[in-house]
Each structure stands twice: as C-alpha cells, then as structure tokens.
Ligand binder design. Structure first.
Ligand code: C5P
Length: 411
C-alpha cells in the first residue's frame, strides 16, 4: 500500500536514529521510495552510508554543496516528495522548525516545503516536558504538522519518562494512515466557510462576533488532507492558512456569499462561519463623530443566509450541504428544526454555552444530525472533529456516487 509513495526522510541527531534505519528497511519492503537528509548532529549516530544502503537512494546533508545543490536543490527535495517524515525529531530541530530557521539543509527544506510533515519527536524527558518544547509543538501542530509519539519508558540517557521516539511500527502505521486518509476525498471539491464576518458601521468601526475560526479552519485542513480540492472562504481570524487550501479572505456576509457562489460547483459545502445576522443599513462614508445630540441610531438590515441560499439553489446545489448549529439550550430540537429550515443535509450541533468554552477553545462536542438519525461524538479536539467529519463526508459521497441517479437516498 506504500508502493511508489515518495517520502523525504529527515534524520536529526539522537540515539533513536538507529530505530530510523529499521523504519527505512520496512518502508522499502512496502515499496516506498525514499530520499534522505541528515543534519550534522545525525552523523554522530548513524552514517550516511548505512542510510543510503538501506534506502537505496541518495542521502543529502549540505546546504551549500555544489554537487548536491546542482543535482537536487533543497526546494526540489520537498517538491518531489508526497510526505516529509522527520525521525527522530530532536528538541533542537523542532525549535528551529517552529521559528522558521533555515540554517542547514534540513531546516531550509522544511521551510520551503509545500508538503505535509510528520514528526516523531525523541528527546530526554525534561526536554520534552519543557514549556519551550511544548510551545514549539503546539505551534507546529497548529500549522498542521502531524505527530507520532513520543512514548514513555527508559530513555537512552538512563532517565525514565516521556521522550522515547515512537517504535518503527508505530511510525509506519502513522505513515500508512496518512496515505490512506489522503485518498479519501481524491477528485472531490469542497467549500468551507469559517470565522466571523465584519459588518462596517463607518470606515473604522464594525459589528462582529467572537468566532475564532478554529473549527472551520480545522475542517478545511482535514478535507484538504483527505485529498479534496478545498476552498476556504473566511472572515478575519488569527488562524494560519491551512496547508494545501485555497483561502479567500472576506469581511462581510455579502462578500462571503459572493465568494461561495463563485466557488461552485463543489461536492460538499461546510458552512462553519459565524455569519453576522445583520448588517448596518447605511454605512457612514466618514467616521461617525460624537455630537451634542447624543449617540447615533444604527439601523440594521438582515444579512443573506449563506447556508440556506447554497442549500436552496435550484441549479448547482452541492450534493452534500452541511451547517452548524451553535446552541446554548435545547440543542437537538433546535438543530433538527434548523436542518429543516435551512434545507441542508447535515447539521453539526454544538453547545456554545459559556461554561463549555467552545468559542475560541480547542475542543468541541458535536452531535451530527442527519435525515436518518443522530450521531453523538465524544468531546474531541477541533482538529479531530475535522478528521471525523472528512471521513463521514467521504463515506456519504461514495454512497451517493454508487446509487443510481434519481434514486438518491437522503444523505
Ligand atoms: O441561524 P444560525 O446562525 O444559527 O445558523 C447557523 C448555521 O448557518 C451555520 O452553519 C452558519 O455558518 C450558517 N449561516 C450562514 N449565513 C447566515 C447565518 C448563518 O451561512 N447569515
């Protein structure tokens, strides 16, 4: 199942590098093709010769080597791979990745990479637990880097704790899972909305809400990782653009609707944006001033309902249209009636009451409401919600393609 898969392996300095040799052997057995980079520190633990022999391919380490650069520049190394695996990923390499340094071939390649990255951290337990390392990890995971391990146990330094590189079998399983996930939505197109909208009052003020865009961005990232050509139409957020996603930045609901319509046709539309229900009727062309006569009166007009209008299209309606229901009470009842009212296929209902901390938080508890019943998901990270949703979407679209047209089952 890894036949002809192209993997760029980056080996940094750590005792665990000997386990990477075993990983290489097993990847080759499964038909993967490997090209490798070693950091300077890695040379203390394994030799380029052993890595080259086992991978049956070249091993690179010099950023400024004329022969290596003329054969294959650091840009091409990542362009030719489908996945970059960093094993072992030392604390130092993770820190340099998080900072975006490009001081050697490994980091320059990672910085120039346009491919998914999987890291297998390996280090001393104190280094692993250090807030600096944890912050670097959070930064990298926030950018979509996939992590496997580390495990806990006896470490090479003699101490016991977390920091052992995942075993070759576990890393192999993570690589296989990555490649099988990346096929799920191959050939499909997806549209996702995310973040809040901003409705201008005057040139400096606006009406908005507290949506962070974390869930919508995580869904777009998961759909793209599952192989879908994904467009993310997003209001202003602090979230980084997810890898492999075409991001269309917008401000107002009207702009969001226009960009969504311009992205059709798609196979699936997931409307996760917190669209402002109202816009200011008459936006002041100049900054409103304080006056003796008191506060200005703002009059509001209703915004278009993007979800309802995409779901209600006579032509070009995506086969699967999914909305969110953020509720503070009567979750299920409100979600069911919202599904009917908006004409969408599925609703992801979540409880956004203040005590749950969903808004801006990293986790979510979802109830998936479909025509044929509900599915309650346990509490999970917003990234996991994205992944599970991508799986459900893939299954539904596959089912839809199998059923003869005209006999379409409700999704
Ligand atoms: O009606 P309510 O805002 O609760 O509905 C939530 C769902 O509808 C979300 O999926 C949201 O993205 C979508 N929505 C929309 N356009 C609006 C209002 C909500 O797409 N104007």
């Amino acid at each position: 199942m890894l036949q002809d898969r192209r993997i760029l392996l980056i080996v940094s300095g750590g005792i665990a590098a000997y386990k990477t040799l075993e990983l290489v052997r097993r990847l080759r057995e499964r038909g993967a093709s490997l090209c490798s980079i070693m950091t300077a520190a890695a040379h203390h633990f394994v030799t380029p010769l052993s890595l080259a022999s086992l991978s049956e391919n070249k091993v690179y380490s010099e950023l400024f080597s004329l022969t290596q650069e003329s054969e294959m520049g650091h840009i091409r190394l990542s362009r030719e791979a489908e996945l970059i695996v960093v094993a072992p990923a030392s604390a130092d390499l993770l820190a340099r990745m998080a900072l975006g340094l490009a001081s050697d071939l490994a980091t320059a390649t990672l910085l120039a990479a346009d491919k998914p990255i999987l890291v297998a951290p390996a280090m001393n337990a104190m280094m692993w637990a250090h807030p600096a390392t944890q912050a670097n990890l959070a930064t990298l995971e926030g950018r979509g880097v996939i992590r496997v391990g580390p495990g806990a146990g006896e470490l090479a330094c003699g101490e016991v704790g977390a920091g052992r590189m995942a075993e070759p079998g576990e890393i192999l399983a993570a690589i296989e899972a990555f490649f099988s996930r990346s096929q799920l939505l191959k050939g499909r197109k997806a549209l996702v909305t995310s973040g809040p909208t901003r409705e201008p009052i005057d040139p400096v003020r606006y009406l908005s809400n507290r949506s962070s865009g974390k869930q919508g961005h995580a869904i777009a990232a998961a759909l793209a990782a599952a192989g879908a050509k994904t467009v993310l139409v997003s209001g202003p957020t602090a979230e980084p653009d997810p890898a492999g996603v075409t991001v269309v930045p917008v401000e107002t609901a009207a702009e969001m609707l226009r960009s969504c319509e311009g992205s059709l046709p798609v196979d699936v539309a997931v409307m996760a944006a917190a669209v402002s229900d109202w816009a200011i009727a008459a936006v002041a062309p100049q900054k409103l001033k304080k006056t003796e006569s008191g506060a200005p009166r703002l009059s509001l007009v209703e915004n278009p309902d993007i979800l309802a209008s995409i779901a209600g299209r006579a032509s070009g309606r995506p086969p699967l249209v999914i909305g969110f229901a953020a509720e503070t009470q009567n979750l299920l009842e409100n979600a069911r009636s919202k599904r009917a009212r908006k004409g969408c296929d599925w609703i992801l209902a979540n409880d956004v009451s203040a005590e749950r901390g969903t808004f801006g938080g990293d986790s979510n508890r979802i109830t998936l409401v479909r025509a044929d019943g509900i599915e309650e998901w346990p509490e999970m990270t917003k990234r996991e919600v994205g992944q599970r949703l991508a799986e459900r979407i893939a299954a539904a679209l596959a089912e839809e393609s199998r059923s003869p047209s005209g006999a379409r089952k409700p999704l």
